[in-house]
Ligand binder design. Structure first.
Ligand SMILES: Cc1cc2nc3c(=O)[nH]c(=O)nc-3n(C[C@H](O)[C@H](O)[C@H](O)COP(=O)(O)OP(=O)(O)OC[C@H]3O[C@@H](n4cnc5c(N)ncnc54)[C@H](O)[C@@H]3O)c2cc1C
Length: 545
């Protein structure tokens, strides 16, 4: 059995960051296990516009989806996750958003001691290389390059003017002092290519002799001596292998798979594990508290033809993709959505409750060419998104076989206020969409059907069409109460030398897409691992067998 100091399972946003930071110490031997392959250099991963094809062909994806959702007419929700070096950061939409000050202050108030806004700001700054340079809030020189979006479309000016009419100001930097308002996008894109966690952190660290990266290595369970984690078991090339960790085991397999590995190791709800014949080591609410952002899209036909449609002409797109691949320049290095808005739809709340994502293209664009395949009628849309859902879902084992996919239940709209609040977001988005500055662009409304003019009709449409924004979080929440799986130092309660570092530790959703949040968590975790605090478990209601 090979021996390391740290073993990290999962080379996604968090795992790549941690592996790179922990291996900065040449004396620390680090093993990083990744179930997927080294595909982060695939052209469709590197070229920003390649996401369309990645999604269409479900490339480098775990292929997960929810169980039928009771409040969505029994629909299942697709739940994409990256399965390659860089994890979901290698297949995501590359939007860089941090959230609001109040999100982190709420975390700290509710038991995540040490995670207030002032506590996490240095880590948001440490991770980034912002093209706007250093300030109190932003920083240049970090490993993750963040650049302003380059896509230009007159639609964006229309939206901003429309927002202003409704009292939403333009925000020139939504990752600065406040995230509120209508702002141009900031992206994990540099020199025309995706900046994944693999590119930013892992690849530069891979030459280090003290860092071992094993791909196609599927972690199955943590190995224990008593309650102390001492290693990990994993499948690779048809063999079952084990590796020993002298300092710590760290799970970074993401919000769906970290709970699976924990439960297979005997850490989770006792009854659930018992049902699958797994002996309980620590009875913890692993897999509960699942949350995600929920979104619908209002869509219109467009009176003019936008710049994105022009680039979808097949000869132009061929040149665009080649240009992006060879030189990192041109239209394929940008996404047709360069505006985001974080808004409060009513007074009396301290952080934005709704996000609008704008799309300067139809949902299903296709390649066209005059005389061969006619171009499509252009369109655009606005996606109101519920930022702070109150409903809670779960991740449960399907079986004790680690190769089986977990059972995911989002329980969307289980809490009645969620549907009401998303409806409020819809109303607000619709008003902005129908205001005068949008008139020159606005054609026929495609979705929802304009004939649906009652609240009940719109709510039914929301249930029929809502999707998640692919930000699952919270399934191993940090905190101090009985609902916490990890303490604020991210140590799994009731056992020793085992941490969780990924989106699953997020206690509740920030007003942000969460890739930057996970980078921040991993940066802070690296410091926690390197300078351990004394063990202190103040939690009640936990059984250690
Ligand atoms: C389609 C999509 C679009 C998104 N768009 C955005 C966006 O624009 N902006 C944004 O901020 N966020 C976005 N996100 C969300 C963001 O990318 C994720 O929240 C973030 O990457 C999660 O990081 P993580 O480290 O928790 O998990 P992941 O990055 O998912 O990493 C988990 C890693 O663990 C590996 N793994 C899993 N199980 C095992 C196992 N048993 N053994 C070994 N390895 C294992 C996986 O293969 C993966 O590499 C998007 C996500 C998706 C899927």
């Amino acid at each position: 059995m090979n021996t390391y100091d740290y073993i990290i399972a999962g080379a996604g946003t968090a795992g790549c960051t941690l592996a790179a930071r922990l291996s900065e110490d040449p004396a620390a031997r680090v093993l990083l296990l990744e179930a997927g392959g080294p595909d982060d250099r695939h052209p469709l991963v590197r070229i920003p516009l390649g996401v369309g094809k990645l999604y269409e062909h479900e490339m480098f994806d775990w292929g997960l989806s929810s169980e039928p959702e009771p409040n969505l007419d029994g629909r299942t929700l697709e739940a994409m996750r990256g399965k390659l070096l860089g994890g979901s950061s290698s297949i995501n939409m590359m939007t860089h958003t941090r959230g609001a000050r109040g999100d982190y202050d709420r975390w700290a108030r509710n038991g995540a001691t040490g995670w207030s806004y002032e506590d996490v700001l240095p880590y948001f700054r440490r991770l980034e290389d912002w093209e706007g340079g250093d300030s109190r809030y932003r920083a240049a020189g970090g490993p993750v390059q963040v650049r302003r979006g380059r896509f230009r479309d007159p639609l964006n000016e229309g939206w901003k003017a429309a927002g202003k009419l409704h009292g939403f100001e333009t925000n020139t930097d939504y990752n600065g002092e406040t995230n509120e308002g209508f702002g141009l996008g900031q992206y994990f894109i540099h020199e025309g290519q995706r900046v994944s966690a693999a590119r930013a952190y892992l690849r530069p660290a891979m030459q280090r002799p003290n860092l071992t990266v094993a791909t196609h290595a599927h972690a199955t369970r943590v190995l224990f001596e008593g309650t102390r984690a001492v290693g990990i078991e994993y499948l690779q090339g048809g063999a079952t292998l084990q590796a020993r960790a002298e300092a710590e085991v760290i799970l970074s397999a993401g919000s769906f798979n970290t709970p699976q590995v924990l439960m297979l190791s005997g850490i989770g709800p006792a009854a659930e594990m018992q049902a699958h014949g797994i002996r309980t080591l620590a009875d913890l609410p692993v897999g509960s508290n699942l949350q995600d952002h929920l979104a619908v899209m209002i869509r219109w036909e467009r009176n003019d033809h936008g710049p994105f449609r022009a680039q979808m002409r097949v000869d132009r797109m061929a040149v665009n993709m080649l240009r992006a691949w060879a030189f990192g320049s041109g239209p394929a290095t940008m996404l047709p959505s360069d505006l985001f808005a974080f808004v409060r739809t009513r007074p009396g709340i301290d952080v934005p409750n709704i996000e609008f994502m704008f799309r300067c293209a139809v949902l299903d664009p296709y390649l066209w060419f005059p005389g061969v395949r006619p171009g499509y009628t252009d369109g655009y849309g606005i996606r109101p998104t519920l930022l702070h859902p109150r409903s809670r879902g779960s991740v449960r084992l399907r079986s004790a076989d680690p190769r089986d996919k977990v059972r995911i239940a989002f329980n969307a709209f289980d809490h009645p206020e969620d549907l009401a609040e998303l409806y409020e977001g819809y109303e607000c988005a619709r008003e902005v969409g129908y205001s005068a500055p949008m008139a020159p662009f606005r054609g026929r409304q495609i979705a929802p059907d304009p004939a649906l003019d009652t609240r009940a009709g719109i709510e039914a449409w929301i249930r029929r069409t809502v999707i998640t924004a692919h930000h699952p979080a919270g399934t191993c929440a940090m905190g101090n109460g009985p609902s916490a799986v990890v303490d604020p130092e991210l140590r799994v309660r009731g056992v020793e030398r085992l941490r969780v570092v990924d989106a699953s530790v997020i206690p509740d959703m920030p007003s942000a897409h969460i890739n930057a949040v996970v980078f921040m968590i991993a940066e802070k975790a690296a410091d926690l691992v390197r300078t351990p605090a004394p063990v202190r478990d103040t939690c009640e209601g936990m059984v250690v067998a």
